[in-house]
Design a protein around this ligand. Structure first.
Ligand SMILES: Cc1cc2nc3c(=O)[nH]c(=O)nc-3n(C[C@H](O)[C@H](O)[C@H](O)COP(=O)(O)OP(=O)(O)OC[C@H]3O[C@@H](n4cnc5c(N)ncnc54)[C@H](O)[C@@H]3O)c2cc1C
Length: 404
């Protein structure tokens, strides 16, 4: 989301003076946005597929199919592993937007498991094959079965996403498997986004289906038996006591996230101050998203540490601020001193109704952070079908602004 948008706008605003090469490891992109609706058959996986063809043909973005493997910030070079071997790109400015990596280290049973074992306890938090695995496991669950899903401590990708997923699964279960139950283990002390809507949905609409447990994390999963060991956490996220195990039929573990190894190995991250000390993200200034650890390197999207949510809409906004700053810097000018971004998100509460969340951020020169503009947002007072329909228009606009 962030990388595609940055490539497009660098070419759009930089014109012929800026050469842009997009480096991408996958043959196509599957949108995480709306992917929870694949679990309940409300959206087809194929409708979430995007590629970079239009950026290449329409904007003259160069393309290298390969995996970025190492950054030489001092020499301004990027190492890339390709199908044919490897290649190196020299740059004036490097923009990194690799998304997230999962950190399984605190989950016994998965910490040292191979990829196939982990995939059978799907996170489905990068849309793709695991989304379909989780769908299949949900649909195949025995009548009256138990499903557990876990929510990592914030910050994580898409603050309302796990609560939205819980609602959609419960909505599906009440029609297809009404005696089943969904236990939600949340390492946070309550829904961290749209708290009014989700609390109301969990306690009211889905009161008999969802068993929501705040301040509880997962410390072990047996991939063979699907027995889950939960534990209480304190306000700093530290485990205080192990709780009785839960026998389950389906387990959806969304592990804690961190910036990918590429960034950590290049020294672009550092532990964020407590209570987030275990979640290293790339440190950036937010006028141009330049790394505070390496000159000429910018980090945007979920991998960056900012006060804004890790969301596709914000990834798109950060990309534009970054592209604008780079175009100005390449021309010997300074970045815009007062950028403004906005975030909007629709959350389906049922398979026909959605709520929403929105906020505007502006740069605060005193703290050098993006701060929420007072009165600029909030959550929808109610969920309804109108919002559900608006959600698809918002999605089309956002994806077309990023990929077309
Ligand atoms: C279930 C779910 C629902 C969501 N719903 C919403 C929503 O309603 N609204 C919203 O705003 N956000 C939503 N999000 C969040 C949104 O998807 C992410 O915030 C967004 O994708 C972040 O964009 P990004 O560019 O940082 O990373 P990504 O979109 O993950 O893109 C990273 C790209 O980098 C590539 N890449 C990674 N490493 C390398 C490498 N080493 N070399 C080459 N290429 C590499 C990847 O293949 C990928 O194409 C949702 C997320 C989930 C999981």
């Amino acid at each position: 989301m962030a990388g595609a948008t940055a490539a497009k706008y660098l070419r759009l605003w930089g014109g012929s003076g800026v050469q842009v090469t997009l480096v991408e490891k996958d043959p196509a992109y599957t949108s995480c946005i709306l992917s929870n609706l694949v679990l309940t058959d409300s959206v087809a996986m194929s409708s979430l597929a995007f590629n970079w063809d239009r950026l290449r043909a329409g904007y003259g973005v160069g393309f290298v199919a390969g995996t970025a493997t190492a950054i030489d910030a001092a020499g301004r070079k990027l190492e890339i592993a390709t199908a044919g071997g490897s290649t190196t790109l020299a740059y004036d400015r490097l923009v990194l937007a690799p998304g997230i990596e999962f950190d399984y280290s605190g989950i016994e049973g998965l910490a040292n498991a191979d990829d196939a074992t982990r995939a059978n306890v799907p996170h489905a938090w990068k849309a793709g094959p695991q989304t379909l695995t989780l769908r299949q496991q949900l649909h195949g669950m025995r009548p009256g079965g138990t499903m557990v899903m876990t929510i990592p401590r914030a910050p994580y990708r898409c603050p309302p996403g796990p609560y939205e997923r819980a609602c959609l699964i419960a909505d599906w279960l009440r029609e297809r498997n009404p005696t089943a139950r969904l236990i939600v283990l949340d390492a946070n002390n309550g829904p961290i986004a749209e708290p009014e809507s989700f609390r109301r949905a969990f306690a009211g609409l889905y009161g008999s289906l969802i068993d929501y447990r705040p301040n509880v994390t997962v410390v072990a999963v047996d991939p063979a038996t699907r027995v889950v060991t939960p534990a209480s956490v304190d306000g700093n996220g530290a485990v205080t006591s192990t709780l009785p195990t839960i026998a389950t039929d389906v387990v959806n573990v969304i592990p804690p996230h961190r910036a990918p190894a590429l960034l950590r190995e290049a020294g672009l991250t550092a532990p964020v101050a407590a209570p987030l000390s275990t979640q290293p993200w790339a440190l950036v200034e937010v006028l141009g998203y330049e790394s505070t650890k390496a000159q000429g390197v910018h980090v945007i999207g979920d991998a960056a540490s900012t006060t804004q949510p890790k969301a596709g809409h914000i990834a798109n906004q950060e990309a534009k601020v970054c592209a604008d700053a780079i175009v100005r810097m390449l021309a010997g000018r300074s970045p815009d001193p007062s950028p403004v971004t906005n975030s909007a998100c629709y959350s389906p509460i049922t398979r026909k109704e959605a709520s929403w969340l929105t906020v505007v951020f502006s740069y605060d020169a005193a703290t050098k952070r993006m701060v929420a503009v007072p009165g600029s947002g909030g959550e929808a007072p109610e969920w309804k079908t109108d919002h559900f329909e608006e959600m698809f228009a918002w999605f089309r606009n956002l994806m077309s602004d990023s990929y077309a």
